[in-house]
Ligand binder design. Sequence first.
Ligand code: FBP
Length: 338
Amino acid sequence: MSLSRIVTLDEFIIHRQKDFPYASGELTGLLRDIGVAAKIVNREVNKAGLVGIIGRAKSENATGDEVQKLDLFANDKLIECLKNSGECAGIASEEDEDFIPLTPIDGKESKYLVVFDPLDGSSNIDVNVSVGTIFGIYRRVSDMSGPCTKEDFLQKGGQLVAAGYVLYGTSTILVYSTGRGVNGFTLDPSIGEFCLSHRDIRIPERGNYYSVNQGYYLKFDVEMRRYIDHCSDMNLRLRYIGSMVSDIHRILFQGGIFLYPNTRKYPHGKLRLVYECNPLSFIVEQAGGKAITCQLQRILELDVNHLHQRESIAIGSPAMVDEMRDFVERYSAAPSFR
Ligand code: FBP
């Protein structure tokens, strides 16, 4: 498929279905429906200031974080699209306490589940800084004759069959992988279609950027402070948007490393394993990068004990993640590295 002609997301997904000999079209349908939900969310994000949808909603989410009105809008739209798709047996959202089993349409049980962060970086919504939707797709492990169960959503990231994100930025781009490389599709508002714009994305081995909330520097463990000092000594440039999906998107194309270490406030890290770390680690690994915790475990191999589990993370260019690993092994006081 040459980039010289317009290739829409739907066309590309259908074309790639042949990569899966036993494909039934369900995953194709699900990816297509997520694309539709992204267009609806994009429309509201773009005119947020005009339709009274900016600002806080008077509620907190499952993990006690402030919720923005647009968070709830995006959450509702994704749930609605997945409910109507008929290709999804259940969903788990960062905004909802528990997973939501979906009623089969026409009695047809689906074998897929979707986890998502409806709007990542929501603290940036009101100030017009890029935000994104992050999603992951799993195959059920529970008995298909009944509704999905919690076990279905506690699968390791390595079990993902597909993952992706939509970035609502200077342009809107959907980036996804089904485990056979990573491709990006830019929304062309004039035809209302996501069109193939970035084929087979490969992350650079190394980059000139590091991404961390430097404001927490003194709250990080000594080995993280040593590594951040090293980044500065190496004249790497600090870039931190405060929307993980936006920082990861930059790193996918320009290289670099994103860090959210554990702190006193977040002793296990802040970012959610199921909705943020696993799907983005799947994408980055598919593009040739690496993703580990600041205790050096591979993110995609982590046990998932509960839906809103938080983890520390170091993710990005492989050579830079390896270098961070060396610093932890050299400077960490933790007995496991002695
Ligand atoms: P939300 O999904 O609730 O927006 O939280 C996640 C997030 O906003 C990430 O996108 C971002 O990297 C991080 O939190 C910023 O956190 P902090 O302000 O503590 O640096």
